[in-house]
Design a protein around this ligand. Sequence first.
Ligand code: GCU
Length: 325
Amino acid sequence: MLGLLVATFGFAMMVRQGTSAASDGKTILKLGHGLDQNHPVHEAIVFLAERVKEKSGGTVEIQIYPNGQLGSETESLEQLQRGALAMAKTSTAPLESFVPEMAIFGVPYVFRDEDHFWQVLHGEIGHELLDAASSHGLKGLCYYDAGARSFYTISKQINEPADLRGLKVRVQQSKTSMEMAEALGASPTPVDFGELYTALQSRMVDGAENNPPSFYSSRHFEVCKHYALNEHARVPDLLLMSKKVWDRLSPEVQVWLQEAADESSEFQRELWRVESKNALDAVEKAGVTITYPDETKFAERVGPMHDSLDGTAVGKLLRRIKSEY
Ligand code: GCU
C-alpha cells in the first residue's frame, strides 16, 4: 500500500514537473515549438528524439508538439520556468525578456558572416549565454542555425533603408527587435509568429522579416511577393529544458540528452544550408522577387544603436564579439 502511495505521489510530482512516467517506468518529455513540420529545425528535433530513444534503449521518449500547439514561444518559456513543460525550442528573441544578455542576437549587423557567428556560438560567449539561462530556471542545451533575417513585404520592394519608412513591419516579441526595426527606419509591430499569416493577409502589417526556411514553411510568401536579402540579424534558435525537470533527471539521462542535443545541432547545420537554398528556389518559383540590396547602406544606419549599448552588459558582449573574434 505504501509502495503504491509513493509511486502515485511520484507520478503526480513528475506530471507536475513537466515529465510523465508511463506505467512501464518510461520517462516522457514534452517538447513544444512554433515551427512547421517541414522546417529544418523541426527535422533536427525529430532527429534529437530518435537519438534519445536509441541512447536510452527506449526508456526516454521526447514527444514533439510543433506549430505552437502548446502556446507561443513566450508562453513556452514561462511553462519551462514553472516546470509545467519539459522542453522547448524558441528563438533567442523572446528569450531576452527572461535572460537579458540574449538581446545581443537581436542587435543588427553584429556578425560579419556565418563563420563569425558560429565561432561566437561555439566559443566562450556562446557557452556563457547558455549558462546564463540556468539562473533563470532554463537549461540551454544547444543552438540551432536560424540563418540571417531579411525583410519581406507584400507589395513594396525594399532596396535601401529609406524604402522602409512608414512601413508597418512585424517583429518578434522583443525590445531589441523593435529597436532594430526603428533603427532601420521601419514602424515595428510585434505579432506572434503563429498569427503572422493572418496579420499579413488582413494587411495589419505591410511585411515582416525572417530567414528563408521560415518564410517558406510559414507560407508567408503567398502574401509577400518581395524578399530583400539584406541579412540584418542572425538570431539563433535554442533548445531549452526546464531547469526543474532537468534537475530531477538522473545524470545518465542528462548525458544522453546533452549528447543527443549536440548531435542534432550538427545535423541541423548541414540541413540548414541545403534547405535555405531550396526555400529560396521554391519562393522564387512561386512568384516572389528576390533582391540583394547593398547591405552596407543598412549597416551604416545602426551605428547609433550600437553606440547606445555602451556600458551595458549587451554592449560589453558587442565589444568582445567585435574585438575577440
Ligand atoms: C524564426 C525562428 C522561430 C521564431 C520566428 C519568428 O523562424 O526559428 O523560432 O518564432 O523566427 O519570427 O517569430
